[in-house]
Design a protein around this ligand. Structure first.
Ligand SMILES: [Mg+2]
Length: 310
């Protein structure tokens, strides 16, 4: 994957997160956001990112340094305890399932890939929100079994229920197809033949939860029927819908952040996918992010390591 595109996808994801932070948890249509705002839900300065980006940055640094899962958990712990990877060194939000997993690792010394909660009630979007760098690293990986295993393992660090695993797999496999030249409609349509037969039985059993958004007519779904909660299925659906509906990267981010609910995560996943769908669009609001030098200090070495010049 080419360096400039890799950097764009990462930056778009961070912009999506920061764009959604001030309106997180708001009720749909009780507000309209069309620029990078300050204050709001978390009373942060304009351009502040949240846990989504912090854990994404931790993953990027881990991948760049060829770190193992224990190294990654150490970074997650630094984020939780000391505000590492945050713009102002303050962790203003972290999901309970992630907290539970980090404690499992730090206090109970559980094996990393078994730290995630396996309960059906722990199917939030906390793994989905941080996996874009893995999709980029796997862009040129032709071995599907290897892609699926890595996606599963990185997800289970915090989320071990097969529904959360399938959410990550769908996200990364769609991303993989698009990064290799498929249109989003084809990428989604091909999942049934290309991905379904390769899934393990536990993950395959969760397919019906996502089936509605994988149909060819999903893009025509009414906005009223799109939930945008922190439940992994809702988040994935809302992001896929936003990317499908929009005609530009900027429009996709605005559409996603105005759905209400878990706006930062829906917008970050939307933006990551939309950056791939609209490869010639500039990343809007990129120069309004906080701490650009700090962001570059993690993103640049990652891009240098994993991109290829064509
Ligand atoms: Mg967040």
């Amino acid at each position: 994957m080419e360096a400039a595109q890799m950097r764009r996808v990462i930056m778009a994801g961070i912009v999506g997160d920061a764009f959604g932070v001030p309106v997180e948890f708001k009720t749909r249509d009780s507000y309209h956001v069309s620029s990078m705002l300050a204050d709001g839900t978390w009373e942060q300065p304009s351009g502040s990112w949240s846990d989504d980006t912090a854990m994404t940055l931790a993953l990027m640094e881990n991948l760049t340094s060829d770190g193992n899962y224990n190294d990654l958990f150490e970074k997650f712990q630094d984020f939780m305890m000391t505000g590492a990877y945050m713009a102002q060194h303050e962790t203003f939000d972290i999901g309970q399932t992630c907290v539970h997993a980090i404690r499992n690792w730090a206090i109970n010394h559980v094996t990393p890939t078994e730290c995630g909660d396996a309960s059906e009630f722990a199917n939030g979007n906390g793994a989905l929100m941080r996996l874009a760098p893995l999709a980029l690293v796997l862009a040129d990986e032709t071995n599907q079994a290897r892609r699926l295993q890595l996606t599963r393992d990185y997800t289970t660090l915090t989320h071990r229920h097969p529904r959360a695993i399938l959410g990550s797999v769908l996200y990364l496999e769609i991303m993989h197809a698009m990064l290799n030249g498929q249109a989003i409609s084809a990428a989604v349509a091909n999942l049934t033949t290309n991905l379904k037969p390769a899934l393990t039985p536990d993950v395959l059993a969760e397919w019906p939860y996502y089936a509605a958004c994988l149909t060819p007519t999903f893009g025509q779904t009414s906005r009223d029927d799109i939930k945008a909660s922190g439940y992994v299925v809702d988040t994935f659906e809302a992001a896929l819908w936003s990317v499908t509906q929009a005609r530009s990267l900027k429009a996709a981010i605005v559409l996603a952040a105005n759905l209400g609910g878990d706006t930062d995560t829906v917008a970050t996943i939307t933006a990551s996918l939309a950056a791939v769908r609209f490869p010639n669009d500039p990343v809007p609001w990129e120069d309004e992010l906080m701490q650009p030098t700090y962001l570059a200090s993690i993103i640049d070495p990652f891009v240098t390591k994993f991109s290829r010049t064509k």
